[in-house]
Design a protein around this ligand. Structure first.
Ligand code: G3P
Ligand code: CA
Length: 292
């Protein structure tokens, strides 16, 4: 074929390919690549009160093995699973302890928190549900054969919480090779906290929440295996930039995107090549990925 004809054909094919690409800029989902894992955010938090034992039971019942949670510390040093720095939104603390505003987690003892109802704000069907301790939570996950993306929440409020978390995980049998290889990732918005976890126990897989500049990724690669950004800040190029670095365990760094609650968003980030999708609606994401 004449060289000019070849060039014209190539241009035409490129134009057709461009038309077939999704408008978001995502590349088509790679059939060779494993589907992203679906992580039930704060447990199955659309079905049961977030960060509670019923929420992880429900995730397991729906067939989702990965759950995400948030860990903080009480006044007397117990680790508890709760998202906000205060107990106001997700418990009846205001009614039980009216004079204790602003109801910070760190200002209440474990015994006081154990009295709170962490279910009825969500639905009366969950009245009597408690704020779990991390120990109770880990035992339930083990019973359910689940996997955990554990977030150290507000670590600046709780000096030394990383050592304590690792102690609970060790006591509950979550730091053996089997759990470390496939059932546990520790993440935080605080790079210092994640760095501390890595220094204390290098075998633990870790993730940094947020979206650092690509120019800085090589520095995080020394102590994090994953970069977990808001899905709104993501692009295929960013995922590729993360994957170009190898994490502390020798594998290319991964990406879990949060918090994706609709089918279109799930397909878009899957097209970017993410390794995991953190969602309040895991069944919506699963359906979206299986019908791509
Ligand atoms: O796992 C990601 C996500 O949980 C981070 O945000 O506020 O829901 O803890 P947040
Ligand atoms: Ca979280």
């Amino acid at each position: 074929m004449h060289a000019r004809a070849v060039a014209a054909l190539a241009t035409a094919l490129a134009a057709v390919a461009a038309l077939l690409l999704p408008v978001s800029g995502a590349r088509a989902v790679d059939a060779q690549r494993p589907q992203p894992v679906v992580v039930a955010h704060r447990g199955a938090s659309s079905h049961a009160p977030e960060n509670t034992l019923p929420a992880v039971d429900k995730a397991a019942a729906l067939g989702f093995s990965w759950v995400e949670n948030d860990v903080q510390r009480t006044k007397d040093g117990e680790l508890v699973v709760v998202h906000d720095a205060t107990l106001k939104r997700t418990t009846n603390v205001e009614r039980l302890f009216p004079g204790r505003a602003p109801w910070n987690v760190k200002d209440f003892t474990a015994a006081e928190i154990a009295r709170l109802d962490a279910g009825s704000w969500f639905s009366l069907a969950f009245t009597g549900t408690r704020v779990p301790t991390l120990d109770q939570y880990m035992r339930r996950l083990e019973h359910n054969h689940e996997k955990l993306l554990l977030e150290i929440k507000n670590p600046e409020l709780y000096p030394g919480i990383e050592v304590q978390i690792l102690k609970v995980l060790a006591n509950d049998g979550w730091l053996d090779q089997r759990h470390l290889a496939s059932r546990l990732i520790v993440q935080s918005f605080s790079a210092d906290s994640v760095r501390t976890v890595h220094a204390l126990k290098p075998a633990v897989r870790t993730a940094l929440l947020g979206r650092p500049d690509t120019a800085d990724l090589h520095r995080y690669a020394a102590f994090v295996d994953l970069i977990n950004p808001s899905y709104r800040s993501l692009s295929a190029a960013y995922v590729a930039a993360v994957r170009a670095h190898r994490g502390p365990h020798g594998a290319p760094m991964g990406v879990f995107a949060w918090t994706v609650d609709d089918a279109a968003g799930a397909r878009t980030v899957a097209g970017y090549g993410v390794d995991g999708i953190i969602t309040n609606k895991p069944e919506v994401v699963r359906a979206a990925l299986t019908t791509v």
